[in-house]
Design a binder for this molecule. Structure first.
Ligand code: SF4
Ligand code: SF4
Length: 146
């Protein structure tokens, strides 16, 4: 399953939603999941373009940065970081989507709910609540009455 894409380039700009919702590899001291990275600033990453920025940061491409959705679906605006889960070994095939809340309750907002329902119509969607622990970190399929 592939989605229609907006033409590149897109830029993260002020968004740094993924810098909170993931554990960031390659930083010392560590930046754990669900905690703002200490390099985050109001205008995004404070070490963008600096050699200290971990390779994992520059390599991450959320669905929005990859061209999915509209401008208002940028993760800091939508409240969700969306990530493709690709089939192995067919990495050109998207199997499911993981949707991670950028802050508690963001998946309950009308635009986020509408987008999640649209995606659920064509793919399995796994929703990870902000602050999830243990197995909840892998997300749960949206309930039928979502
Ligand atoms: S969530 Fe997407 S758009 Fe936002 S900073 Fe991360 S990669 Fe960029
Ligand atoms: S180093 Fe920059 S890009 Fe990487 S997690 Fe921290 S703020 Fe985000």
């Amino acid at each position: 399953m592939l989605f229609p894409k907006q033409p590149p380039p897109r830029e993260c700009a002020e968004c740094s939603a993924c810098c909170n919702v993931y554990h960031i590899d390659g930083l010392f001291p560590e930046s754990p999941r669900w905690v703002d990275c200490y390099h985050q600033g109001e205008r995004g990453c404070g070490i963008h373009g600096h050699p200290k920025r971990p390779p994992a940061c520059g390599g991450f491409l959320c669905m929005w940065l990859d061209g999915w959705g509209e401008e208002d679906d940028r993760p800091d605006r939508l409240g969700l970081v969306l990530d493709y889960n690709r089939a192995r070994p067919r990495i050109d095939v998207v199997e499911s989507v993981t949707a991670i809340e950028a802050a508690p309750g963001r998946s309950d907002e009308p635009r986020a709910r509408a987008r999640l329902r649209e995606l659920r119509a064509v793919l399995k969607v796994l929703l990870v609540p902000h602050g999830a622990r243990g197995l909840d970190n892998f997300g749960h399929e949206l309930p039928a009455d979502f």
